[in-house]
Each structure stands twice: as C-alpha cells, then as structure tokens.
Ligand binder design. Sequence first.
Ligand SMILES: Nc1ncnc2c1ncn2[C@@H]1O[C@H](COP(=O)(O)OP(=O)(O)OP(=O)(O)O)[C@@H](O)[C@H]1O
Length: 359
Amino acid sequence: MNAHTANPTAARRGSSITTRRLSKTFNGVTVLQPTDLEIPAGEILVLLGPSGCGKTTLLRLIAGLEQPDGPDMIRFDGEDVGGVPIEKRNVGMVFQSYALFPNMTVAENVAYGLKIRRIGRAQREAETRRLLALVGMDEYADRRISAISGGQRQRTALARALAIKPRVLLLDEPLAALDAVLRERLRVEIGLLLREFGITAVYVTHDQAEAMAIGDRIAVMQRGRIAQIGAPQTIYHRPANDFVADFVGTMNRLEGRVAGGVLAIEGDGTHARLDVGGPDRTAAICFRPEAARLSAGEAAVAARVVASTFFGATQRLVAEVAPGRRLQLDLSSSLSFTPGQIVAFDIDPQAIIEFQQEA
Ligand SMILES: Nc1ncnc2c1ncn2[C@@H]1O[C@H](COP(=O)(O)OP(=O)(O)OP(=O)(O)O)[C@@H](O)[C@H]1O
C-alpha cells in the first residue's frame, strides 16, 4: 500500500461532497466557473493553483462561508447543504493563521469545541487526550499556545478541528506560515494523519510538493476552473495541458517537425533525435528533468552544458541542444560537468509526453 492509498480499514468518518455546476460571482465577475466535483467519503482532495485562481472561494463555498450563485449546488452525502449555515454544516476548518486561543492551554483549545457542545467533562478529557496523542502533542497538553512552536500550533489546530467530529475537514494553506524544513515534515505527517482519521478533507495549497504529498487526488485550478483532476502521479506524469505541466514541476519542451516518426533538431556538435513514432506533424515533445539518462552509445540527445546547480543528491544541469534551446536535466551530483562540455543522454520513452501543436 502506498501513501496515497486510503486506508481501507480506517473507519469512514467523513461525508461525500458533490458539487453540481457550483459557481460564484462577485460584483458581476465569475471567480468560480460552474464546477462539478465528486469527492468520495474519506478522500483527501487538494485544490492546487496560483494566487487568485479561486481555490479559497471553492473552499469557502463548501464551508458555507460564501453563498453559491444558485440553489442545490452543494451536497454532503447527497443532502443539499446550500441553505445550511456554517455552524450547522459540521465542517472542521484549519487555516494558515492558527486561530487558537492564546491564553488557553493546548488541551483547553482542543476541548473548547466539545465544551460548547456540552459534552461532559470525563468524555471531553478522554477525547482530548486521544486527539493530542494522535497529533503527537500529548506531552504539551498543559502548555500555553504562546509557549509552543508554529508546527505544534498547527498540530493543535488540527486536533481542535477534528475534536468536533466534523463530516468534512477543510484546510486552507495550513502550513504556509511555517519554515521550509517544518513544512516538509508536517506535510508528510498531516497526510498520514488525515488518512488514519479517515475523514473527507479538502486542502488548499499553491505548493505543488505539498499537493503531491498530501492528496489522494489533486484538482489543478486555473482562472476559476479545474484544469485537471486526478491522482498526483497522473497530474505529474500525464498533465492534460501546458499549464498543468508547468505548474506541478519543470517540463522540458522540444518543438519541431516529426518526420518519419522522428523529431530531429540539429545544432553545432549537438542534436536531438527522438523516435516518437506516429504520422508527420508539428509537435512539442516534453519530458521532465529526471527522465534523462546519461548514455554512452548512440544517444538520442547531445547537448552542450551551460551550467549546473547542486541540489544535494542530484544536480540540475542546464544544457543547450541548439542555440537558445535549453533543457534541464537532473543527474547524480557525484558526476561533474564543465560548461561547454557535450553531455549525451537518452530519455525514458515512457516519460515522453506530447502536446499537439497547431499545424
Ligand atoms: N469577497 C470578494 N469580493 C470580490 N472578489 C473576491 C472576493 N473574494 C475573492 N474574490 C476574488 O476572487 C478571485 C479568486 O479568489 P480566491 O481567494 O478564491 O483565490 P485563491 O486561488 O484562493 O488565491 P490565493 O492563493 O491568493 O489565496 C480573486 O480574483 C479574488 O480577488
């Protein structure tokens, strides 16, 4: 079972979410175009996209913080929740700003929602302890919020949101305020936690690595629309268009004529000869930097090294296949390259993606 497989033994605690032509217009401007979504119970769906594409608006509509343009556009477990106010929708929310009560302890923050729901003390305490253990915060139960770190605050916020046993958990850039190292660690932990909990979650981020680590599926949004929705692997390896390809990583492009099944580009001592098959056409042949494999023999591509950047385990090589036609290649950092040198490589044929060009 990989990290993206929902745990089949986890109790299903969430509701399914369905949207039908869900849209939102502010002052005559439609910022969310009519959107159909099926989010099965227990799925973690990540909304990924650049600033202003409508991620937060979609999340706020699901929460009940915004009114959709029309009736019967949002259902939880088949039930229309359009007219149900936020406090009755039973959604848990976690934001970038933790919105914790600074003068209360960690445990008091988690217990707060249970208290206002008039859950008795014994049950409240037991439930709070269980949740704090789940998020790895049990030893900090009696600390004040002001005396814990940003990552610990975010875990407390998650425990507090889960305490009310929401049907749906909505997270809006929960890790955005944390430093890079902590963000990287927490994105793995949060993904595992949400799966363990078995809750339906919608998670907004503009960070592609976070989206890949957390989502069962990712919806990539562009200007108020879902450009592509699918498993992280599909989004990364089979992007539907240029926008998605570039948003979730670096994509190399070799544009030219395919004749006799071969795309050929010739430079001065450099070349690209890619056997891509199919009819004669103008095409953009694309591949990710890690799809390049150094090759000693009749390599498909011979490119001139421009520069290299050290990334730790790998290095990112910039090389030209012809003047101005640059490629980025990820190779082992144990190799060393000098600018001007010719590097010869093949491309994993499975990793080649083709986008059709206008003829
Ligand atoms: N209350 C509002 N009134 C008018 N326009 C709004 C309102 N809320 C959002 N918008 C507009 O809707 C568009 C989408 O905003 P939204 O916050 O959903 O984007 P986002 O993808 O979450 O962006 P970010 O990552 O920057 O938060 C933006 O152009 C924004 O200016």
